[in-house]
Structures are given as C-alpha cells and as structure tokens.
Design a binder for this molecule. Structure first.
Ligand SMILES: Cc1ncc(COP(=O)(O)O)c(C=O)c1O
Length: 396
C-alpha cells in the first residue's frame, strides 16, 4: 500500500496575508504621533478614499466588522417584515436579520453557483417581503441580473452580502456596484483583510448620513443624538492595515489563482470529486477552493474524507454545514423545511473547503491531492497516484 507522510505542521484552510513588519511599524509611528486612535482619523480618511477608488464605488462607509455593517445596512434601508436569503451562508447573514427583528426566509440555491436561485425567489415573496439578501458565496457572483429583475418587478430592495467577494468583477463592473448596497467583510480569514473590519458600498448618497450616525451611537453633532445608534466604527489601526493590504491583494489573488489551477489539474481526474470552474465574464478572486464529494463515485463520504485528511495534518472545513436553516434558532421557520431546500441540503452534506492561501507551496497542493487520490476507489486511480507519490517521496 502506498504511503504518504503526514505534514509535519498542521495545514489549515487559510492563512492571512500580512504586510511587511517595517511598513506596519511606520504606520504605528504615524498613529502614535497623531495620538488619534479612532473616530475618523487620518488613516481612516486616507483608507476610505483609496478603498472607494479600488472598489469603484459611488459611496462607501467603513465599519469595525462586516456583521455590524450589514446589520446597520438593513436599518438604513428601512427593511422590515421578511427578507429572502440563502441558507447556504455563514451564520452572520441570517443573524443580522434576526437582530433587526426581520424574519429570514430561506430560498434554495443554484446547483452550479451555490448562490440564491433567482427562479425560486418569486415563490417565496409575500406581502411582508421587503428585500432580497443574496450572498456571493465563496466569491462566485450571484445572478445579479435575474435578481434585479425580480426585485424591480416586486419593488424590493437588494442588499448583497459580498463578504467573500473582494476583488471580483462581472463584465468589468466591480462586484460592490450591484443592488442597492453591498457589504464586504475584512475579517482576517478573508482574501483582503484589516484584521477585523468591513465596508458598505452603495449608490444612494442619502444613505451615507444615516450610516454615519448609526455607527457612532446616533451622534449628529455634540448635542444631537438622532437615532439609537451603536458603536460600529473602524479604528485607525484597522484602517492603516487596510491601506497596506491594498498593495498586496492583487499579488495574493494571483498566487491563489495559480494554486487553484494546480488543484483543478490534479483533482480533475478523480471520480466523484467536483469543483466549480470559471464563470463567463467574471474576474474571480480565488478566495478559497471548494470541492463536493459524491460518495458513490468517490468511494468514501465527505465526512470520512474530512477525517482521513486530518490524519495527514490537513485541516479542511465543511463550509457551509450545517445550513443556517438547520440552526436551532431558525429550524422551525416554515422556509427551513428540508423539502424547500433540496439543493442546499445536498451541497451542504457533500462540500469540503480545502487549504488555499498565497503562502501555500505548490508542493503542498500536490501532496493534499495525493492524499485525496489515495482515498478514491483505488482501481480507477492507482496509476496516477503511484506516479505522484513516488516523486513526492523522492523529495521528502
Ligand atoms: C458570508 C459572510 N457574511 C458575513 C460575515 C461576517 O463578517 P465579519 O466577520 O466581518 O463580521 C462573514 C464572515 O466572516 C461571511 O463569511
């Protein structure tokens, strides 16, 4: 039986790209010299301007994280009642609705993109629906045109969770320019980050004032509190990291693109392992690498593969499993019924996120692919595996 040595150190799904230390020290000096740590200092102003240009946004507002940004976006758009969203997302998406006393209504997803299926949205609309909240899952853009047509027909707002989609473009248009508003997360696990952080991009200039008040306790000026706001401001250190990271994100995307091609090349021939490829007219950000496992064709289940990879010190994640509609707080909603969400249920049970980050070596991708191949039905894959394993052992 072929042997593959486990990785000496654990390989996780992501590792944050980091700016050069000396550049960070220089930024700290600037902040210390200014003695201005938060509440729209020099770093914040500079970052806001640069990010607005990078995202080609008409308007932008910065936040301490993406969750509060999305939560306040719902308020700024005056959403209420019900909002249609996807169950195949991170917990924050439905949670922001819940915190706004809005009922999430879960709609099934497209089997190709894993994003909200526009053909199914219409059935979920009721007199209480005020908006659609789609997610560009793992950076793959939603069918923005299909969603806009439905929203226009029913007079609904569209608010995109673009947490994963920094750097993505569709037909030359930056991803934050679709719908009424888009939210980006700059959490450390994202392809572009500010340690923690977030931003909203939006077309309607009048939203800006509402958002600025809402994220700073509702202060309009020293004497006037105009809304019961919260503290969701981005601080100077986050903004400074954001400025430095803007110079690095292009290179990070290119590195991940290269490694993605290696994965695709290696996993392409394995029966029962599937992955998404390029979408037409889309500039992708290669945020992460996702596979689905067809147990019957591959030989073992997704969970067995997930556990098997751990034996080699490879830590994958089952994103997104379970579905948000299965969380205790949402599972009794009528739209959470499994019969309403057959595609999301199926994908959630077969999905696996593999390690992908710019500092991962091409060699590591080969080894992870070898381990996956080793667990495939051996008779169909024996030759490929033997050839790669021998060369790996030679290098060990
Ligand atoms: C799809 C999605 N929405 C929202 C968030 C929340 O963003 P943040 O962590 O910046 O609050 C995340 C992840 O962190 C996410 O993956």
């Amino acid at each position: 039986m072929t042997q593959i040595k486990p990785f000496e150190k654990p390989i996780y799904i992501s590792r944050p790209p980091l700016p050069d230390r000396t550049a960070v020290y220089r930024k700290i000096d600037e902040i210390w010299d200014s003695q201005w740590l938060t509440n729209v200092g020099a770093q914040h102003l500079q970052f806001e301007k640069k990010l607005k240009a990078y995202l080609d946004a008409s308007n932008i507002s910065l936040f301490c994280n993406g969750t509060l940004a999305l939560q306040l976006a719902c308020q700024a758009l005056r959403l209420s009642g019900e909002v249609i969203t996807t169950p195949f997302t991170f917990a924050a998406t439905p949670h922001v609705l819940y915190w706004n006393r809005i009922a999430p209504v879960f709609c099934d997803i497209d089997p190709e993109t894993y994003n909200l299926d526009p053909n199914l949205i219409e059935n979920m609309i009721t007199p209480n629906t005020t908006a659609i909240l789609p997610v560009h899952v793992f950076g793959y853009p939603c069918d923005t045109q299909g969603i806009r047509e439905i929203a226009d027909r029913y007079g609904l707002r569209v608010i995109y969770d673009a947490a994963h989609a920094f750097g993505v473009e569709v037909s030359g248009e930056k991803i934050g320019n679709f719908g009424d508003l888009s939210m980006f997360s700059f959490h450390a696990t994202k392809i572009y980050h500010t340690l923690e952080g977030g931003a909203l991009t939006f077309k309607d200039e009048s939203l800006r004032e509402r958002l600025e008040f809402a994220k700073n306790f509702g202060f309009k000026n020293e004497e006037n509190i105009v809304v019961p706001g919260i503290n969701a401001k981005m601080n100077e250190f986050q903004a400074a990291i954001g400025l430095l990271m803007l110079d690095l994100v292009g290179e990070e995307i290119e590195k991940r693109k290269h490694l993605t091609m290696v994965y695709r090349d290696r996993l392409n021939e394995i029966p029962g392992i599937y992955f998404r490829t390029e979408r037409p007219k889309v500039k992708h950000n290669y945020y992460n690498f996702i596979i689905t496992v067809d147990e019957n064709k591959f030989g073992i289940s997704r969970d067995e593969l997930y556990n098997a990879l751990k034996q080699y010190n490879i830590y994958t994640r089952r994103y997104f499993y379970p579905l948000c509609s299965q969380f205790q707080c949402y599972r009794n909603y009528p739209s959470s019924a499994a019969e309403n969400l057959p595609v999301a249920e199926k994908i959630s049970k077969s999905i696996l996120t593999l390690p992908l980050y710019g500092s991962l070596e091409e060699e590591d991708i080969h080894k992870i692919s070898d381990v996956i191949a080793l667990h495939a039905k051996r008779n169909t894959y024996a030759f490929n595996l033997r050839s790669t394993c021998v060369s790996h052992q030679d290098r060990m």
